[in-house]
Ligand binder design. Structure first.
Ligand SMILES: [Zn+2]
Length: 86
């Protein structure tokens, strides 16, 4: 079972990891080169964790698993993260 949502749905778990508002961070897809804010990507949230996909090519941008006392973050699908400074 998984629910397809927009990237804003992943904001909660991302907030637990990053000290800035991740839904506003721009991510460039390593698959197709498209840049989107995380909030405008596609998020799949299920029991095993959260998967954030590129809305253009469906490439997996970020995979997050919360297991016991740690987060496992796979970001190999992101070429560049652009974080606004202030
Ligand atoms: Zn893409």
């Amino acid at each position: 079972m998984e629910n397809k949502l927009d990237g804003n749905a992943a904001g909660g778990i991302l907030q637990a990891i990053f000290p800035f508002e991740m839904t506003l961070v721009r991510a460039t897809c390593s698959g197709c080169g498209t840049t989107n804010v995380i909030g405008a990507t596609a998020a799949y949230i299920h029991g095993m964790g959260t998967v954030i996909r590129c809305p253009s090519c469906d490439n997996v941008l970020v995979r997050i698993v919360h297991a016991r006392d740690r987060y496992l973050l796979d970001m190999r699908g992101v070429r560049v993260l652009e974080i606004k400074d202030g």
